[in-house]
Design a binder for this molecule. Structure first.
Ligand code: ADE
Length: 250
């Protein structure tokens, strides 16, 4: 997969992509990340990339031409068509299903805005989709781009050392939060590891983990249960928990 990043701080995004799973995906040739700085395409002595908003108001708006030229250069660097994603708090809020969809594409271009935003005409002409990483405002799209790159890189086949770990993550295909995890020592002053995990009984371990995932989701993000894939055993377990809670509160 190829990801182009159009940003005034391409080194920042490239730096974030240099570590851990993303760094390894790049080393393994599963992912290419290339930065494009609109300032390199700006004209005049000052290489101006922004100006004051028409109509007045605070802040600066990124100008059309330097961004457009950087996007064109990125497009021309590879024959594969690309999907242009503008990172902005006005976009569709990213979730794991959205990450899976982005990760399945051959190529993405991530457009990072700064200041008050980007001239709307550029957005209308060049952007296929706006994506937000959450309901809060960052001072630019770079951190959001780094988040997208990380989430997408770990889904590339061969990026994780243990292919099973993506399947086990929170929000994996079943849409539940992850169960708790433990490692050595089994006994510690902070507590003992739940006995079932030491039992060697794999069916029991799977059942316990599933129930813990259901419990965590019910306690922390009950909204996710509405769209999670649940089987009859899951539904019975949740019904029993809720019936117990009902008895407890009387
Ligand atoms: N740029 C500024 N805030 C953002 C957000 N929440 N998500 C994506 N891009 C942004």
């Amino acid at each position: 997969m190829r990801i182009d990043v159009v940003s005034l701080f391409p080194d920042f995004v490239g730096g974030c992509a240099g570590f851990g799973v993303v760094g390894r995906a790049i080393e393994r040739g599963l992912l290419t990340v290339e930065g494009w700085n609109p300032r390199d395409y700006a004209e005049g002595n000052y290489r101006r990339v922004d100006d004051r908003p028409f109509g007045g108001g605070p802040g600066m708006v990124m100008m059309i031409d330097p961004l457009r030229a950087a996007i064109s250069a990125a497009r021309a660097a590879d024959p594969a068509p690309t999907r242009v994603i503008y990172l902005s708090p006005q976009g569709r809020r990213l979730d794991q299903a959205g990450v899976r969809e982005l990760a399945s594409r051959e190529r993405l271009l991530l457009l990072c805005g700064r200041y008050e935003g980007v001239d709307e005409r550029l957005v209308q002409a060049e952007v296929d989709e706006e994506v937000s990483i959450g309901d809060y405002v960052l001072s630019g799209g770079e951190l959001a781009a780094a988040v997208v790159i990380d989430a997408v890189a770990r889904l590339q086949e061969g990026a994780l050392n243990d292919a099973g770990s993506a399947a086990q993550d929170s929000f994996a295909d079943d849409g539940l939060l992850d169960c708790p995890h433990y490692t050595k020592p089994a006994s510690h002053e902070l507590g003992d590891v739940p006995g079932v995990l030491l039992s060697g009984n794999h069916a029991e371990i799977s059942r316990w983990r599933r129930q813990q995932a259901l419990l965590r989701t019910l306690e922390r993000r009950p909204d996710l249960l509405e769209s999670a894939s649940l089987d009859d055993a899951d539904r019975r377990f949740l019904a029993a928990i809720q019936a117990d809670a009902g008895h407890g509160s009387r």
